[in-house]
Design a protein. Structure first.
Ligand SMILES: Cc1cc2nc3c(=O)[nH]c(=O)nc-3n(C[C@H](O)[C@H](O)[C@H](O)COP(=O)(O)O)c2cc1C
Length: 208
């Protein structure tokens, strides 16, 4: 049997949704294999502009991004070295690494912004959808040293280091070690809507 093509793979990873969910949502997923094709500065401008238009509490726009492209050399290595070994193993193939950050206080009042992490996540979700529309993928990571990131990336105290992200074009699953290749090819799983969406009060599933 011949190896799966990237197209086979895209179909295999497409979310099993109810009819009507947009293809951009269905086709977003988090790969661990990236192709060597680089992501241009023009593409980055589009992606971060999409993120910029996310909603946020009081329109604070608390998200910030530290970006390194592989061709940037030392900057890319600095970000890669923050990742736990498991994530370094696959994320080193991505042409772009990103650290997302969130400003913890409101600029106007100095009061804590409880929703800063929420809003940084919203911005990344919009970036992910824009990436999908451009044939790109992102893969978020909690597995990195946030304290070291704070120090080594000169992040001010008022900002939380939130996630690391790999960005690029899909690569071949064949380039992954066997255990990761299996996960890469596996169908994606989600909880049922009945566990997630309640009607009026806690634990009364909304019949959808
Ligand atoms: C905040 C966050 C942290 C994550 N951390 C890691 C990680 O450290 N390593 C990893 O391989 N995947 C990580 N993931 C990827 C998730 O495992 C993945 O999004 C989830 O399994 C759903 O798969 P999908 O994005 O392909 O739908 C993370 C995702 C998010 C959003």
């Amino acid at each position: 049997m011949s190896a799966p093509t990237l197209e086979d793979w895209t179909v295999a990873k497409r979310a099993e949704t109810v009819p009507g969910v947009h293809e951009l949502v269905r086709l977003r997923w988090s790969p661990r294999s990236f192709s060597a094709r680089s992501v241009t500065k023009d593409d980055l401008r589009i992606l971060f502009d999409a993120a910029r238009w996310a909603f946020s509490s009081y329109n604070e726009q608390p998200w910030r991004f530290i970006v390194a492209r592989k061709e940037d050399g030392a900057d890319f290595e600095r970000l890669l070295n923050l990742l736990v070994p498991f994530n370094q193993g696959w994320a080193k193939t991505a042409p772009v690494l990103i650290i997302t950050l969130a400003k913890k206080t409101f600029s106007n009042t100095g009061k804590p912004n409880f929703h800063a992490l929420h809003d940084a996540g919203s911005a990344l979700a919009l970036l992910a959808v824009q990436a999908t529309a451009m044939g790109l993928h992102i893969h978020g990571m909690a597995g990195f040293d946030r304290d070291r990131a704070h120090k080594e990336l000169d992040v001010p105290d008022d900002y939380e280091v939130v996630t690391a992200v790999a960005l690029g074009y899909l690569g071949s699953p064949e380039s992954l070690p066997a255990d990761l290749r299996e996960r890469e090819l596996a169908a994606r799983q989600r909880k049922p809507l009945t566990e997630l969406v309640f009607e009026g009060r806690w634990n009364h599933p909304l019949p959808l």
